[in-house]
Design a protein around this ligand. Structure first.
Ligand code: NDP
Length: 314
């Protein structure tokens, strides 16, 4: 006899602040949520050190500790956490089908997507080695630790422009490394960069190697026009060349923008498919903070609960 198909009221895909907050709310609403953690349980905060801008932690907290607290809080109310990856979905509904990478199929009345986004990296060995030791992909998260120090930012888009202007308030000198002779950033952001005296823009410049053993001591850059190499004596190296939302498995089903961010209906977490909700960085390319992700996770659980009531499922 074949095993009965598992049917859940609420499946949450992803285990960052959005996913676990959705789980806390969904569990407290008796939706018996199941969280699929994905490949990186805890999400991007697992690769940060001190989190000092999450309200409620006056002394700050380590990223992994915070995510452990989030998970425990979700489990306390009956959330089941599965350390598995969902790698295929069929959202034709009304019951949505999901498959784990080991081929197990689960059915769900509601799906909350909180798969997050991943920062893009240059791919240098030295960059990888010095991540969290001076190399960062988030100025708002880590800039504070470099106040009073010289830093570099890589990128020519709005994120790089924003990170450079943010850091310029904390650091005496910010080197902005732009690989072409122009920036992709919006006019207004470019103007802001040009007007900031302590931002030095290096055109046609690429980072070749981040220097240092236990911490960043500099960066070797190359001018790709004349091949001239220079060492910039920076202590912080910020990579701001874009993020990629982890939404590939939804592309046949859900509306997304050109970069892959899920589109939600104004003021809610509803996607174009009934019973499927999106929260956190997978649908946010503007704020991208743990606290905003948690906020939209809460919204997604409330939206899912309302949907289940409207459909008479609970
Ligand atoms: P973008 O894709 O817009 O820009 C990426 C930048 O990084 C480009 O300048 C690109 O160079 C450069 N780059 C990419 N790969 C490399 C590499 N390997 N080495 C060196 N440089 C590299 O990403 P953003 O994160 O800046 O922005 C994403 C979206 O979010 C955009 O739509 C943006 O407008 C929006 N945004 C809006 C903000 C706001 O309005 N306040 C703030 C932040 C983002 P090249 O140009 O040569 O390809």
């Amino acid at each position: 006899m074949s095993e009965a198909q598992e049917h859940l009221k609420c499946v949450i895909i992803g285990s960052g602040p959005a996913g676990y907050t959705a789980a806390v709310y969904a569990a407290r609403a008796n939706l018996s949520p199941v969280v699929y953690t994905g490949k990186e349980p805890g999400g991007q905060l697992m690769i940060t050190t001190d989190v000092e801008n999450y309200p409620g932690y006056p002394e700050g907290v380590m990223g992994p500790q915070m995510m452990d607290d989030f998970r425990k809080q979700a489990e306390r109310f009956g959330t089941e956490v599965r350390y598995e990856l969902i790698d295929k979905v069929d959202l034709s509904g009304p019951v949505h089908k999901l498959w784990t990478d080991s081929g197990k199929e689960v059915h769900a009345d509601t799906v909350i997507i909180s798969t997050g986004a991943s920062a893009k990296w240059l791919g240098l060995k030295s960059e990888q080695r010095l991540t969290n030791k001076g190399v960062s992909a988030c100025a708002v998260c880590d800039g504070f630790f470099f106040r009073g120090m010289e830093v570099a930012v890589v990128g020519g888009g709005d994120t790089a422009a924003e990170e450079a202007t943010y850091l310029a308030k904390l650091c005496p000198k910010v080197h902005l490394l732009v690989r072409r002779d122009e920036m992709r950033a919006s006019k207004i952001m470019q103007e802001r960069v040009m007007k900031t005296e302590n931002i030095i823009v290096h055109w046609n410049t690429e980072a070749k190697e981040v220097l240092g053993e236990e911490e960043v001591t500099g960066v070797k850059v190359i001018n790709n026009k004349n091949q001239e190499e220079t060492i910039l004596p920076v202590k912080g190296f910020f990579v701001a060349i874009g993020h990629k939302p982890n939404t590939d498995i939804f592309k046949d089903w859900l509306e997304m923008d050109d970069t892959g961010y899920l589109v939600t209906q104004n003021g809610s977490t509803k996607t174009n498919i009934e019973g499927v909700f999106a929260s956190g960085d997978a649908q946010d390319n503007v704020y991208r903070q743990a606290v905003t992700a948690a906020g939209t996770g809460c919204m997604a659980a409330l939206d899912a609960e309302r949907y289940l009531v409207e459909k008479g499922i609970i």
